[in-house]
Design a binder for this molecule. Structure first.
Ligand SMILES: N[C@@H](CCC(=O)N[C@@H](CS)C(=O)NCC(=O)O)C(=O)O
Length: 213
């Protein structure tokens, strides 16, 4: 398969973790977000949204949207399941993942931040206030969800799931945007546990072939 991503893209990071948990090999195709390659005609032929990631399967079919890619991987590849076998826990894992992927992440996306400081003329300080507001609100909700259940090593048990796959890139982004979350103990504990897991470590931005300091 061919995976179109970028080292710092959270949605790409989610997929990389899943590839590693599943033991799936892929050919990496860099799309340089800061250089605007997501807007190229070649990439938009794969994803007309101009957003990463995109996956071209061995049969040549194109998949977009990281949550859809994660579920497709889970349904078609062997290796560690990404969702619980229990329907209730599975719905909770999906809900947690969607808090991040549907509610937090879209508000920190490059195109949104560029619109704030470009067309709307907001200052860097106002942009940072925006990021702080929406990342904190979302991650506090994640903390609340984790606090509401017995503490486990990962979000929903002793093995990682879709919830952890979404949490780790989101915490990485919070750190990158200088949003302090050290007062969110369960989020911090789960993040630290994931850092020690080889599938998560291999997927980290600094370990990617296109990494730039
Ligand atoms: N909901 C989408 C989000 C995709 C997305 O926003 N990707 C970002 C990188 S994490 C992107 O390509 N941004 C480019 C831009 O904003 O111009 C998913 O989960 O795949």
């Amino acid at each position: 398969m061919e995976f179109y991503g970028y080292f710092r893209s959270s949605s790409s990071y989610r997929c990389r973790i899943a590839f590693n948990l599943k033991g799936v090999e892929y050919t990496f195709k860099q799309v340089h977000l800061k250089q605007g390659e997501q807007h190229s005609e070649a990439f938009k032929a794969l994803n007309p949204q101009g957003l990463l990631p995109a996956l071209v399967t061995d049969d040549g079919d194109v998949l977009i949207q990281s949550l859809a890619i994660l579920e497709w991987l889970d349904e078609t590849q062997t290796g560690m399941p990404l969702l619980s076998s229990d329907p209730l826990t599975r719905a909770q894992e999906r809900g947690f993942a969607q808090v991040i992927a549907c509610e937090i992440h879209p508000l920190q996306n490059l195109r949104v931040l560029k619109y704030l400081t470009g067309e709307l003329g907001l200052s860097e300080g106002q942009k940072d206030a925006w990021l702080h507001r929406w990342l904190r609100t979302g991650l506090e909700a994640c903390e609340g969800l984790l606090q509401a259940r017995s503490a486990t090593k990962f979000c929903y048990g002793d093995t990682p799931s879709l919830a952890d796959i979404c949490l780790v890139p989101q915490v990485f982004s919070a750190t990158r945007f200088n949003v302090d979350i050290s007062d969110l103990p369960r989020v911090s504990e789960v993040y630290e546990a994931c850092q020690k897991h080889p599938a998560f470590a291999k997927a980290a931005p600094q370990n990617q072939p296109d990494f730039e300091a």
